[in-house]
Design a protein around this ligand. Structure first.
Ligand SMILES: Cc1cc2nc3c(=O)[nH]c(=O)nc-3n(C[C@H](O)[C@H](O)[C@H](O)COP(=O)(O)OP(=O)(O)OC[C@H]3O[C@@H](n4cnc5c(N)ncnc54)[C@H](O)[C@@H]3O)c2cc1C
Length: 480
């Protein structure tokens, strides 16, 4: 590592790739080091089970990718990304014979929610009408003043509440609360926690406004497109190069790290000021995940055939059931009936499996670092809503928290969101600052999902960090 560069990026996840691309397009000479043999981090597709079955190792569904201001104008479609929109964004299995559907339109969703339909419209229609004005403001949380203050203020009124309290105050039936609970569970927080409603409302709003698409061929195609654009802009990617110290990096004006605070502390060593190190050491990591991928002999035999209209399935029953499962993961307990986040991509993308065969992907939240094998509990939960599922299994692949962290060093204890995303760590991510991407070490920046706006394949953390680097360079705060 002896050459000299304008910028070095550590880690080729979606955020590292977007940061690198942003700087390369600004004319900077950029090199990107990735520990794994392939770039992509949480956006990779592999034959995890059998030849011909393409499984998304981590992310699978991309409402955030399609809506993201950092990704949507890059022209990913011109370099190989084809978005597939399932008939419905999401199915939530309430009872074996009854699913609740998040449809593309607010009115169609409301029509399926019975007594909760009006409340759903009241909650979601204003945000959907606001369109990107709202989602851009939510995904760029530290823009001061916010770009669209009115849309944001309207959204925030409900969004800062817990999913539980919003449900209780707005809905009268069982369907609205169940649907909102599943959406809010993406926060990986107890549903009684402040702002969990915001996560549910953002994801629901995106379902209505941009859909919950998958990428044809798998999430890998998003990575490949970003890598291609970066290389076209003059960048270099070096895979199989794990960075173990900032000192080993070649000289550069800026170093951008697509890693989490705990790793930055290790990489910086004595170089990091004590006060900042202490702050980063207080950064909290959350529950882990246990994920299964299956190669199947046929489609999942859902009791309610409506479930086959969506690529994403929330498997979990009522709000109370979802709440109990999510609470267990945060309290260090194992849920016997875990709430599952599942994806059935091959129903909509025939490139994922041989003709007539299917791939299926599901994970649940488990306590941080848990070594409990959840396979039986997860499959039993699927059987509840799709009897005969087990008979279709040709092969399976399991990843608990330890395997997740071995696959990607950023998944500390199996935490896939780059650290707890509660209100405190949403505001102070990883420290309280108007520019949390910057560190007190001159020229060293964080650009991972441990910075705002947090987890997901949207590239916003990388884009914000790179824009800050460019601003610092323009104001001569970085060496020329
Ligand atoms: C099971 C699962 C399901 C998910 N589902 C979705 C989904 O459907 N939709 C969605 O939007 N998001 C989803 N996510 C979340 C999403 O994948 C992440 O939030 C996103 O990938 C974070 O991007 P990042 O660039 O910050 O970090 P990462 O994607 O984690 O990338 C970090 C990269 O840095 C590399 N690295 C780490 N340390 C070093 C080092 N010392 N030297 C060199 N390289 C290093 C890693 O190998 C990795 O490639 C899911 C994640 C998981 C695990």
């Amino acid at each position: 590592m002896s050459e000299s560069w304008d910028a070095v990026v550590v880690g080729a996840g979606p955020n590292g790739l977007v940061a690198a691309l942003t700087l390369a397009r600004a004319g900077w000479r950029v090199v990107l080091y990735e520990a794994n043999e392939h770039p992509g981090g949480g956006a990779r597709t592999e034959e995890l089970t059998l030849a011909g079955f393409a499984h998304d190792v981590c992310s699978a569904i991309h409402p955030l990718g399609l809506a993201s201001p950092a990704l949507r104008n890059l022209g990913l479609e011109s370099v190989g990304v084809t978005w597939i929109q399932p008939d419905a964004p999401l199915a939530h299995t309430l009872r074996p014979e009854q699913a609740v559907m998040l449809e593309r339109s607010v009115s169609a969703t409301a029509a399926g929610l019975g007594v909760d339909g009006k409340a759903w419209t009241r909650l979601f229609a204003p945000g959907v009408d606001a369109g990107f004005s709202l989602t851009d403001s939510v995904l760029a949380p530290l823009t001061i003043p916010p770009a669209h203050p009115i849309a944001l203020a309207r959204f925030a009124r409900h969004a800062v509440r817990s999913a539980e309290s919003l449900s209780r105050s707005q809905f009268r039936g069982e369907l609205g609360p169940a649907l909102l609970a599943g959406l809010s569970a993406h926060s990986v927080l107890p549903l009684s926690a402040a702002a969990t409603a915001g996560v549910g409302m953002l994801l629901g709003t995106l379902g209505h406004s941009v859909g919950w698409p998958l990428a044809q061929g798998g999430s890998q195609t998003i990575t490949d497109a970003l890598a291609k654009l970066f290389i076209q802009a003059g960048g270099q990617i070096r895979c199989g190069e794990r960075v173990s110290s900032l000192r080993q990096l070649p000289p550069a004006r800026a170093v951008l790290c697509d890693i989490t605070p705990m790793q930055l502390v290790a990489l910086a060593g004595e170089q990091m000021p004590v006060r900042y190190r202490r702050s980063l050491q207080k950064f909290r990591y959350g529950p882990g995940v246990f994920k299964l991928d299956w190669a199947l002999d046929g489609p999942v035999p859902w009791k309610d055939p409506q479930v086959a209209r969506a690529a994403t399935v929330h498997i979990g029953g009522t709000l109370d059931e979802v709440r109990e499962s999510e609470l267990a993961a945060t309290q260090g307990r194992i849920s016997e009936r875990p709430f599952l986040l599942a994806a059935q991509p091959s129903l909509f993308d025939p490139t994922r499996a041989p003709k007539g065969k299917h791939t299926f992907w599901a994970y649940c939240h488990v306590p941080h670092g848990s070594d409990v094998d959840m396979t039986h509990r997860i499959e039993a939960q699927i059987e509840r809503f799709a009897p005969g599922f087990r008979d279709l299994i040709l092969a399976k692949h399991a990843m608990g928290p330890a395997a997740m962290q071995a696959h990607n060093a950023n998944y500390i204890g199996g935490d896939i969101t780059g650290g707890v995303s509660d209100l405190r760590q949403f505001v102070a991510r990883p420290v309280a600052s108007v520019h949390p991407w910057a560190t007190p070490m001159k020229g060293v920046y964080l650009c991972s999902s441990s910075t705002p706006p947090g987890g997901g394949v949207h590239g916003m953390c990388g884009s914000a960090a790179a824009e800050l680097v460019l601003r610092h360079a323009a104001s001569a705060q970085l060496a020329g």
